[in-house]
Design a protein around this ligand. Structure first.
Ligand SMILES: Cc1ncc(COP(=O)(O)O)c(C=O)c1O
Length: 296
């Protein structure tokens, strides 16, 4: 197996990560709407919230985000784990960029969305024009941004048998799946959430991109989505993920994160060891390293 790494952890903006690509489009859209406030949500250590806050600061937009320490799926309930440190990692950076972080008691993902909606309405009640951005920046524009990222790779002329990455809110996976649809490259998302039905969300997200931009219609089964490396729950570091973090740090001096890219790389390592993945493999490093500093 030949391993390459696409360093989106080094995209540069606000400590890097995959969200910078989405924000190029999302912020342009907020400005086009003449928004004064951008409202979104995420887990307390959200990388998207950090980069969104920084991007808003650059363009004079106020940014308010509803966060919970550890949101969870309704079906499984809250995992019992030690919380990450609340003022370190991404939260520290959120403070530096002046983000209005609204911290709520832990609840389900649906409840987190409801809290964000309440924050948005609060601003609207005071006469402000609000732009709502879904969790992880996974609107059609976020997916479109990652389709462009896939095209960037195609233009480089390098061809891969596999592209592997950590997958969560879905716009990274949806965009890359669109870009490589019909090619010999397999686009494999390693799940960070224990929710198999998410491929249905990816298919819906693709439909919303198709409505705006055209492109291939994708069924849930068109998305390669491996749920074997989530560990105990979303947001909870796993043993295999931690091993992957140490391995890459000690062999290449490259840092992964405990919630996303560490689990993604753990999946890649395991599949490679079992010879379930061969040929030219690209690990798309989606960033997230600030969360390392919030580990208990
Ligand atoms: C570091 C990192 N990697 C991967 C992902 C997953 O990307 P997406 O939400 O587009 O599926 C995220 C999203 O939160 C992230 O922060």
């Amino acid at each position: 197996m030949e391993l390459w790494i696409k360093r989106d952890d080094l995209t540069g903006f606000a400590m890097g990560g995959n969200k910078g690509r989405k924000l190029e489009y999302l912020i342009a859209d907020a400005l086009a709407q003449r928004a004064e406030v951008v409202v979104s949500c995420g887990a307390m250590q959200s990388n998207f919230v950090r980069q969104l806050g920084a991007a808003c600061a650059c363009f004079g937009l106020r940014c308010a985000c509803a966060v919970m320490q550890l949101p969870f799926p309704k079906e499984t309930g809250r995992p019992s784990v030690a919380p990450m440190r609340a003022v370190s990692g991404n939260v520290l950076l959120d403070g530096l960029v002046g983000l209005d972080l609204r911290v709520f008691e832990d609840g389900t993902w649906e409840e987190l969305d409801e809290r964000a909606e309440e924050v948005a309405r609060e601003f609207e009640a005071s006469g402000k024009k609000v732009c709502r951005i879904p969790i992880g920046g996974s609107s059609w524009l976020g997916a479109h941004a990652f389709e462009q990222a896939g095209r960037e790779l195609q233009v480089s002329g390098e061809v891969f048998d596999w592209i592997v990455f950590a997958s969560s809110s879905g716009s990274t996976q949806t965009g890359l799946a669109r870009a490589f649809f019909g090619s010999s490259t397999r686009v494999l998302g390693i799940a960070c959430d224990p929710e198999p039905e998410m491929t249905g969300d990816f298919a819906e997200l693709n439909e919303s991109v198709c409505r705006q931009m055209g492109g291939p219609s994708l069924a849930p089964e068109d998305f390669l989505f491996n749920l074997d490396y989530v560990g105990a729950a979303y947001g909870v570091p796993s043993e295999a993920g931690n091993e992957a973090i140490s391995f890459l740090a000690r062999t290449e001096g490259i840092f992964l994160d405990p919630i996303y890219s560490g689990k993604g790389f753990a999946g890649l390592m395991d599949l490679a060891r079992r010879k379930a993945m061969e040929g030219r493999v690209l690990f798309w490093h989606t960033g997230g390293t600030p969360a390392l500093f919030a580990m208990p």
